[in-house]
Design a binder for this molecule. Structure first.
Ligand SMILES: NC(=O)c1ccc[n+]([C@@H]2O[C@H](COP(=O)([O-])OP(=O)(O)OC[C@H]3O[C@@H](n4cnc5c(N)ncnc54)[C@H](OP(=O)(O)O)[C@@H]3O)[C@@H](O)[C@H]2O)c1
Length: 327
């Protein structure tokens, strides 16, 4: 028996229960992992609340990213061996557990120069950032980009990465403390969107031209403003709904302002080879200091409900990780 966080009903953070679970031996193509750290994602909150049809069937163990030591391998596994330290971003839930079974194909080696806690803190968010800036819209030197929630878990990585590429980065945040972090993470301009009209500020910063792309994970509260911030034929990339789903867009609106509009989700990606290569690049960038991991909040895994309360009430910045109680 090991300990895990289990969800038997949808609701507030209090539905996260700390329970005994059994972990079987790995089947063919699987590994067993003793986890060193588990990353928390806002998606875990949506699932717990049963929003946007994302919840797995009840009961379930939440979580989609983590890192740990391989303790057993199933038949046919050649990509890793017992004792290896690996990290994973999984389309299926199950990471809020001391130990777990994982398809071996999801495991990415963690270089010895990268702390496994940092690996767990960024693999899912970092791959999300990769898809945003390489696939949904390819950020290049000279582009101007707008990133909402720039001090959040995905936001800070997008800002750092786009800055390194050579883009001009505009970030929005809710507080002055978050603004300081966003500046450190490569934002050339930071807008306090609770106090300033972010559309007016973006137009001022871009001399009325607008931005090439908006990365919007807020949804309802920002959507229309985000479209207004775009250049003609700019890209609206939505990848989350922290404030709720936006109102439907009327196609006729595109007649007066033609823009491209897409949703980016790591959960829709099935090119595992590309994601694996992207994770290797992510860890290499961390090892070289090109990307800086911010593990700003650590909670014992058994206290996952407190971590959910914090992220939901916008108190967190950077990455939030859950540490198995024995670690
Ligand atoms: N599509 C994908 O594949 C994918 C993958 C990972 C994450 N996501 C999405 O990316 C977003 C960021 O995820 P994350 O894990 O990195 O979380 P996060 O950014 O660390 O936390 C959410 C942030 O959103 C902002 N926010 C604005 N309005 C909010 C509201 N009404 N309630 C709560 N937060 C609000 C807050 O920043 P301020 O206080 O600065 O406003 C808050 O800190 C989420 O929407 C998540 O669903 C999508």
């Amino acid at each position: 028996m090991v300990k895990a966080v289990r969800v038997h009903e949808h609701g507030g953070p209090e539905v996260l229960k700390w329970e005994d679970v059994e972990v079987r031996d790995p089947n063919e193509g699987e590994i067993r992992l003793k986890q060193k750290a588990v990353g928390l994602n806002y998606l875990d909150v949506y699932m717990r609340q049963d929003l946007f049809n994302l919840s797995p069937p009840l009961p379930y163990t939440p979580g989609m990213e983590g890192a740990g030591v391989v303790t057993a391998v199933g038949a046919g596994v050649t990509s890793c061996k017992v004792g290896d330290v690996v990290a994973y971003a999984s389309p299926q839930v199950g990471s809020y557990a001391e130990e777990r079974i994982l398809p071996a194909g999801l495991a990415v080696p963690v270089p010895s120069s990268v702390d496994p806690v940092e690996a767990a803190a960024v693999i899912f968010k970092g791959l999300t950032a990769y898809l945003l800036i390489r696939r949904a819209f390819k950020v290049e030197r000279g582009h101007t980009i707008l990133v909402h929630a720039a001090a959040g878990g995905v936001g800070y990585l997008v800002c750092q990465w786009a800055n390194v590429i050579g883009a001009t980065v505009i970030g929005t945040v809710s507080t002055r403390e978050k603004a300081v972090q966003a500046k450190e993470d490569g934002c050339h301009h930071v807008i306090l969107y609770k106090h300033e009209n972010f559309v007016d500020r973006v137009m001022e910063i871009t001399s009325g031209k607008g931005v090439d792309v908006v990365y919007d994970s807020i949804g309802k509260d920002t959507f229309n403003g985000s479209i207004a911030c775009l250049k003609k034929r700019g890209y609206m990339v939505i990848f989350g709904f922290a404030s709720g789903e936006p109102d439907p867009i009327h196609v006729a609106q595109l007649a007066s302002k033609p823009v491209y509009y897409t949703f980016s989700s790591i959960r829709n990606e099935d090119n595992r080879e590309e994601l694996h290569a992207a994770a290797v690049e992510l860890f290499s960038n961390i090892a070289k200091g090109v990307l800086k991991v911010r593990v700003n909040h650590k909670y014992p895994l058994s206290q996952a409900s407190q971590a959910h309360t914090a992220i939901e009430s916008r108190q967190t910045t950077g990455s939030v990780v859950l540490i198995p109680d024995e670690e």
